[in-house]
Design a protein around this ligand. Structure first.
Ligand code: FES
Length: 135
């Protein structure tokens, strides 16, 4: 089976173990902006949009985690999320979750899973309701 280059997120080795990695796939008005993090020997992906106020979670391309690497951190107002589930355990959107992006790993590359419709996911994430009181 060939690699679909338009669905390649990055090489597995390009994911900073203590930070993660941002990616953008697709074009036009609705590119899919997401990020990937390592969870043990696996990789998880999420849309890069905080359920609190809708901001990207990172300020730098490879900085998505708390300093100890245990949780995903939103740099805007400090919400923290489980790496394995995207569930917000503390912060202004506690109890909400990041939007997951299904991934596959093939031959050392991280790819969007075949089931991911890039445009539909990007639009749905953009339209998702934010936490109450967010501005
Ligand atoms: S936008 Fe993420 S905590 Fe406010």
């Amino acid at each position: 089976m060939d690699l679909d280059l338009e669905r390649v997120v990055c090489r597995l080795t390009e994911i900073e173990p203590q930070g993660g990695r941002a990616f953008t796939i697709g074009g036009g008005d609705w590119p899919l902006k997401g990020f990937v993090v390592r969870v043990g020997g696996e990789v998880r992906g999420y849309v890069n949009r905080c359920p609190h106020a809708g901001h990207p979670l990172n300020l730098l391309p490879q900085r998505f985690l708390t300093p100890d690497g245990a949780l995903i951190l939103c740099s805007s107002h400090g919400a923290v999320f489980e790496k394995s589930s995207g569930y917000c355990v503390a912060g202004p959107c506690a109890g909400r979750s990041l939007t997951p992006v299904a991934l596959e790993v093939r031959w050392g590359f991280v790819l969007l899973a075949d089931s991911v419709d890039v445009q539909a996911l990007a639009q749905a994430a953009e339209a998702a309701p934010l936490a109450e009181g967010a501005s």
